[in-house]
Write a protein that binds this ligand. Sequence first.
Ligand code: G3I
Length: 381
Amino acid sequence: MQSYLFSTTATTALTHRRRRATSLAAAAVTALLAVGLAAGPAQADGGRHGGHGHRGTTLADFAERSDRFVGTAIDNDRLSDPTYRRIASSQFNSVTAENVMKWETIEPSRGEFDFGPGDRLVDFAQRNDQLVYGHVLVWHSQLAPWVTESDFSPQELRTVMTDHITEVAGHYRGQVQRWDVVNEPLNEDGTLRETVFQQKLGESYIADAFRAAHAADPDAELFINDYNMEGITAKTDGMYRLVKRLLAQGVPIDGVGVQGHLTLGNVPEDMRQNLQRFADLGLEVVITELDVRMELPATGAKLVQQAKDYHQVTKACLRVKRCTGITVWGLGDADSWVPGWFEGEGAATLYDEDYRRKPAYHAMRATFAAGGWWNWHGWRR
Ligand code: G3I
């Protein structure tokens, strides 16, 4: 079933209807946004599995109606907080492990695997009927020190890498629907980043990583993921060339992860076109780590701009049929990685420090609602 929203070719009549639909949907978004802004930050979260919310009105409900998933990164340490748990389980239908599936945690010593924290996250997701996005199999950061310190021969390093993938993706076989197989492989100029894997194995480490992941879990969808992937730039040109090479070699790659760590007011205007060019290669696209950071303190005007930014990103994804979902990186502003990494910046997520919905929450939900409304009215080609 193909929604008219996602149509790339159109007859004159369809174009006319699309224009009409676009303006109607824009009006709907504006109205919903206005309602959301009016409800504003004072509204505490309820949820569809209890609390004060109504079934059918969560972020996840509206995302589902527009055939998308909406996810949040989960910090396992926060799962003991009932408010955190309630929002994470009710408003989102996908979860990503923010840290617990990374190499340093899951294989801290060679051949010794600690799946405990990752298992707890998977268990949380299963109890709440959520998808699991696995993050991450091969990455130069948060890599167990033994991998870089051991001075492995190229052949041994390849075995170390594929063994890791085989064990981890094999352990979660059937429980993780999507994996970031290789994370952040590129420099800003689009060339390959010089990681230990790239230095010793060359570009072939990427193909080998995907092949090992596919062998370990043939049903999982396999992604290559990076930041500064939103607009058309030298870096995304490099990614485009890289995934084309991988596809030409028959490498089992299913998608590109666009992290989406943005600064206020800077959603690239060509984001949709950029997502579309990857989709046109037959790949899926996911916005994997969305957040929009700002200089603190957060003012009303900044929060409204942030709402527009979340709307723009969501709209860009909705307009690309193969953009299947969006994950926000951190449940609330208190959980976000941003303040720890960018001095004086923060307020990057959908919920404030007290887990009250921000304008961005309402904007994202309204945009998903507009996408679902389009589907409901059956504009399909
Ligand atoms: O585990 C230790 C803990 O033992 C110690 O007490 C504590 C003290 O600070 O640090 C803990 O480690 C922290 C770790 O997160 C787990 O919480 C590190 O200091 C901290 O640097 C680390 O930050 C994570 C960062 O990746 C590391 O690169 C962030 O939480 C996480 O949000 C961030 O996520 C990345 C994605 O994986 C890839 N894309 C970019 C994104 C943002 O950087």
